[in-house]
Structures are given as C-alpha cells and as structure tokens.
Design a protein around this ligand. Structure first.
Ligand SMILES: Cc1ncc(COP(=O)(O)O)c(C=O)c1O
Length: 363
C-alpha cells in the first residue's frame, strides 16, 4: 500500500484507521448484510450511527443539552447564505469580520441578504487584504447586532485567531479549517460550523453546532430546508441526510476520542513548529503570516523573493518523493502545507528533511 503524504487543504487526509475500518465494513456493515450507504436512514442500525456521531462530537466539544448538532449539505459555503437568511431581517444589523478570503465570502452573502431585506451589514474589523498576513486585534461591534460572524482560521492565508473577541450579539464562527485542532472553549460561541472535509470527514456537508435558543429565533418564512429549526427539530432527518459522510464523521470523532484531545492538540502544535522552525532558520524561506497569527493547520510560506520557478521545482520534486499538494492556493501561489489532525508526524518529518535538502541544493 502506498499512501501519499497528502498536504491538501481539503478534501484532506483522513485517519488511516478510519479508512481501513470503513473498508472492512464496506460491503457488510457489522453483520447487517449491507453497507452504511445502502441502509435506510430511518432504520435502527443507521440511527445508532447517527446518534453516536452527534454524542461523540458534543462530548469532544463539551456541549450540553442547550446545543444541537446538525448535518447540513452544501458545505460551509451554504452556511454563509443560511446564517443571514435565518437571522437578518428588515431594519436589523449584523456584524462581520473581514479577515480573508473565506470570511469575505461570508460577508458578501450577508450583504446580498441585507440588500434583499433592507437590513445592514457592519464590517467589525477589516484586514484590508484578501489574503492577510494577520488576524484583527480590534473589533467594532454594533449594539443590538443580530449576530457577529467571524472565521477562526483563514485557510488560504494560513492565519489563525488565537483569542476570540467578546461580542455584543451572538457569536457565530466558521471553524472549517481548525475545528477540534486545539484547546478551545466552544461554549463561548452561539453557533460554530465547519465544512467537514478537513478535520471531520468527507466533503459535501457542514457540521453545524447551534444553540437551540438561537435556532428557534430563525426566520420561519424561508423554505423549510434552509431553516436551522428544521435540522434541530428533526435531528437532521427531515430529508435523507448524507449518511455515509455522517458515518465517517462519527468514526473520525471516535478516533479523536481514542487518541485523546490533549495528545492530539500537542501533536498538532509540534507538527507545525517543526515546519515553522525550518522556515525561520534560514533566509531561503519566508513565512507568509506574521508569527503571532500563524496557523497550526495551514502553514504558508515562500521561497526567497517569491521565486515562482524554484517553488514549482520544490512542489514537483516533493511530489516525486510522495508528498502531494504543497502548492499554495491558486489565488496566491507560494507554498502551503495543510497538516490537519489526521496528518501523520512522519509526513512532517519527511517534508522538513526535504526542505533542508532542497535549500542545500538551491540556496
Ligand atoms: C475557512 C473556510 N471556510 C469555508 C470554506 C468553504 O467550504 P465548502 O467548500 O465546504 O463550502 C473553506 C474551504 O476550504 C474554508 O477553508
């Protein structure tokens, strides 16, 4: 078996154990005589998978009965639209952080809904650039805001919020690329969500944690499938949910629980430090994000002076050694190593040793 060291930003590497167990169960899930993909979402076998996935995630995040965990198709991008559609009405205001590509996309959806409904969107902090090198330090919240939307980790920039702001309105956070990657008090939020394809499972759905009280305040005039209330009231079973994705999500959460959060979080910090140490150790490399905002999930950097030809050679040579997807996002270029929870330490060691070697030959 040849597994690549997959540095992709998403869909990203999943735990090997989870993939192997899924493979074992693929044709006949635990004696059911069929795969999870083929069983009814109303049957007891699937029900057990669904309930356990939610319970494990809630336990890992420390969420109580006042929270609901929903599986919503359309990825994190659908959340950008659903949030204002549910919570932003005529004459109301919502606050948004403008922190980089992803939070800017969320903001644009907020502005569209605001224009349709005669509402206002306030930019609470503006990093100015689409690809910032840092996260905001100062925020200007609006009294009475319906919600305050931020992003904890800008995947393309490789910049992460290390401390969360205190807001006046309900705090909603896009955690697509750093959920469950470090110690975090999830009860500080009123809603948080993540496209599953990085730290949680396969692509195509978002895992949305929302306080039941907030969900109940959503607009009940919009189509049923767009209301959070529907997912909360029907336990994400109003329609046929993405059962396979939920199953892999549940297995991935069990893998996190088995490893232990403390150990996982320490490994994540160690993996990132190893790469940042090489970047800081020589003028051949330049880190993209300023040190205090460096992401532990998406390490972004350049070869001196942004030498694109040399970067291309770096990416191509790494690929030959079994390290894939080290190219920065197409909008920025440069180099990016996405090292999510399931990314193995050996892969980081291979990258670090290749970087040193590459510098010796080309520096
Ligand atoms: C921080 C962040 N938010 C949102 C998205 C969009 O996710 P999706 O493709 O699931 O809509 C991404 C995708 O990479 C992301 O990194």
């Amino acid at each position: 078996m040849a597994r690549a060291y997959n540095f992709s930003a998403g869909p990203a590497v999943l735990p090997l154990e989870v993939l192997q167990d899924a493979q074992k169960d693929l044709v006949d899930y635990k004696g059911c005589g069929m795969s999870v993909m083929e069983m009814s979402h109303r049957g007891k076998d699937y029900d057990a998978i669904h309930q356990e996935a939610i319970a494990t995630f809630k336990e890992l995040c420390g969420l109580g009965d006042d929270w609901s965990v929903c599986f919503i198709q359309g990825g994190a991008s659908m959340q950008f639209a659903m949030i204002p559609m549910n919570f932003l009405g005529k004459g109301e205001v919502a606050d948004y952080g403008k922190q980089g590509t992803w939070s800017n996309k969320a903001l644009k959806e907020g502005q569209k809904v605001a224009a349709l409904r005669g509402a206002t969107v306030n930019v609470a902090a503006d990093c100015q650039k689409d690809i910032p090198t840092r996260m905001p330090i100062e925020w200007k919240w609006t009294d009475g805001a319906q919600f305050c939307h931020i992003c904890s980790n800008e995947t393309i920039a490789g910049a992460e919020l290390k401390e969360f702001p205190k807001t006046t309105g309900p705090l909603i956070c896009d955690m697509s690329s750093d959920i469950l990657s470090c110690e975090r008090d999830y009860n500080k939020f009123d809603m948080f969500y993540a496209g599953a394809q990085k730290n949680l499972g396969p692509s195509g759905m978002a895992v949305v944690a929302i306080k039941k009280e907030l969900a109940a305040k959503g607009d009940d005039k919009i189509p049923t499938m767009l209301q959070y209330r529907t997912y909360v009231d029907e336990n994400s079973l109003f329609n046929t949910p993405p059962t396979w994705g939920i199953y892999i999500f549940g297995e991935t959460m069990k893998w996190v629980k088995k490893m232990g959060k403390e150990k996982l979080f320490a490994l994540n910090a160690e993996k990132a430090k190893k790469i940042y140490d090489v970047i800081d150790g020589s003028e051949f490399w330049t880190g993209t994000a300023v040190p205090e905002f460096r992401s532990n999930m998406n390490v972004t950097w350049r070869i001196k002076g942004g030498d694109e030809e040399l970067e291309k050679r770096f990416i191509d040579d790494a690929k030959k050694l079994g390290m894939s997807s080290l190219k920065g996002h197409r909008s920025v270029g440069g180099l990016r190593a996405s090292i999510y929870n399931a990314f193995p330490m050996e892969g980081v060691d291979a990258l670090v040793s290749f970087m040193k070697d590459f510098e010796k030959k080309n520096g």
